[in-house]
Design a protein around this ligand. Structure first.
Ligand code: ITT
Length: 194
């Protein structure tokens, strides 16, 4: 990649693009990254996601494609819900599965099955001198019924480990320990390193 930055710390205080079509993901990231002095701008490049088994592969391929197009510091985040008894389904297909069968469809598939699940968030950051990959998880269980009005996506059916409320009922807990929070904190730490 062209022209080197003087040092990696140069990312701090600069505007970074978060390439996403999802306003909820952007809003969560904006709040958290602001706390560590990173301001972000949303850009939707309508990237086509590659077929892959892992969020980190999807994030990396999209970030490289996005960098080719805009040549500005940016990150892409690919996330999803992985349910153990469904062999990781919906996983990397989380967005389209939610559109097609909804939360009720997922709950129907889980009748009589174990409900352990995890959210995964993979981030790939690219600028003119480096590519940073981060992948974090948040373990929990799928509830019996959707509950709560906060958050987005699968939040109404996801109860984090040790908790009783879904992420959609308790956004404070989500902000503290979600997969996205963990990944963004790790991104801040990596970008702050010289
Ligand atoms: P971009 O790819 O454009 O960023 P997207 O919504 O398509 O937006 P993903 O491909 O990463 O994002 O799909 C992730 C889906 O997984 C998302 O649409 C939600 O349905 C679900 N998801 C991810 N993180 C979540 C969270 O924190 N809470 C609830 N659902 C989440």
């Amino acid at each position: 990649m062209q022209k080197k930055l003087a040092h990696n710390g140069d990312c701090m205080g600069k505007k970074i693009f978060f390439i996403t079509s999802n306003a909820h993901k952007f809003s969560e990231a904006q709040k958290l990254l602001k706390k560590c002095g990173i301001s972000i701008k949303r850009k939707n490049l309508h990237l086509e996601e590659v077929r892959a088994q892992e969020c980190s592969e999807v994030a990396k391929a999209c970030a490289i494609e996005a960098y080719k197009r805009i040549r500005k510091p940016l990150f892409v985040e690919d996330s999803g819900l992985f349910i153990k008894s469904l062999n990781g389904f919906p996983g990397v297909y989380s967005a389209s599965v939610l559109q097609k069968i909804g939360l009720r469809g997922i709950l129907a598939l889980l009748k009589g099955k174990r409900r352990d699940a995890e959210f995964i968030c993979a981030i790939c950051y690219v600028d003119n001198s480096k590519l940073v990959q981060i992948c974090k998880r948040c373990k929990g269980k799928i509830s019996k019924m959707p509950s709560g009005r906060k958050g987005f996506g699968y939040d109404p059916i996801f109860v984090p480990q040790g908790g009783k409320l879904t992420f959609a009922q308790d956004e404070k807990t989500k902000a503290e320990l979600s997969h996205r929070t963990a990944a963004l904190k790790a991104l801040c730490a990596r970008l702050a390193k010289r």
